[in-house]
Design a protein around this ligand. Structure first.
Ligand code: SF4
Length: 236
């Protein structure tokens, strides 16, 4: 069984984003990421200064915690990070599936893993220019190839400004066959700072107005539900 580097395991709560928004979920957040996005809201699972808070856990221990949190009632387990694609989730997915659990994974699409094909949902979230990162589309396409047996593959793009929007349109054109989700970015990532719901609503309206004005009807446009409910608080 694999050893996993875990930043936090929490839930059950509702998925706050994308294709599975509102779905009861236990989150398994891994430690470590090959990106350093300028607006990352999960630095506690990315930056090595938090490494001492991460735990090296066996797959069995992670599975036991998922079962305990979900009270042995099957639900969706979301593998997030950091970049969960750094780790090997083959065994955890097999254990969970045997008990009726479903698995989703969200990753930027920089590292392909064979276990992507065992997922119920793979969310590929390529990062726009405002992140300061550059997408390696060859690596992204390898992720798609690895996930060809997954039940569902979707693309989710966070948008902060006009340049991100233009980039998202061009990027989405590469994958017209995949469901696409857009969400406005949230620049306030400090867990101690309250989020202003009006600012979130204004950003969502800006994105809706832009896509409608452009007759771009392919994406679904969603808010970050968990930010509306809990702000940047961790572990909910
Ligand atoms: S890919 Fe995700 S976890 Fe990694 S730095 Fe970017 S936003 Fe943070």
């Amino acid at each position: 069984m694999s050893q996993l580097r875990i930043a936090e395991i929490f839930g059950p709560t509702v998925q706050g984003e994308g294709a599975l928004i509102g779905e009861p979920t236990v989150f398994v957040r891994t430690g470590g990421c090959d990106y350093r996005c300028s607006w990352c809201d999960s630095l506690h699972a990315v930056d090595s200064e938090f490494r001492h808070t991460w735990a090296s856990m066996t797959t069995q221990d992670v599975w036991a915690k998922v079962q305990r949190l979900s009270r042995n009632t099957p639900l969706t387990v979301s593998l997030s990070g950091g970049n969960p694609a750094i780790q090997d989730f083959t065994d955890l997915i097999a254990l969970g599936h045997a008990s009726g659990y479903r698995f989703a994974c969200e990753t930027q699409g920089s590292i392909a893993k064979p276990w992507f094909g065992n997922l119920d949902t793979l969310v590929l979230s390529p990062k726009p220019p405002s992140s300061g990162e550059t997408v390696d589309w060859a690596a992204f396409d390898k992720c798609l190839d690895a996930a060809k047996d997954a039940a569902q593959i979707v693309i989710k793009i966070v948008i902060f400004d006009d340049a991100d929007y233009a980039w998202a349109r061009a990027s989405a054109d590469r994958y017209p066959h995949l469901p696409l989700y857009l969400q406005p970015g949230n620049l306030e990532v400090d867990p101690e700072v309250a989020v202003d719901p009006q600012i979130l609503a204004d950003k969502l309206l800006w994105l809706v107005d832009k896509t409608m004005a452009d007759s771009w009807f392919a994406p679904r446009i969603l808010p970050q539900l968990h930010i509306l409910l809990w702000g940047n608080k961790r572990g909910v």
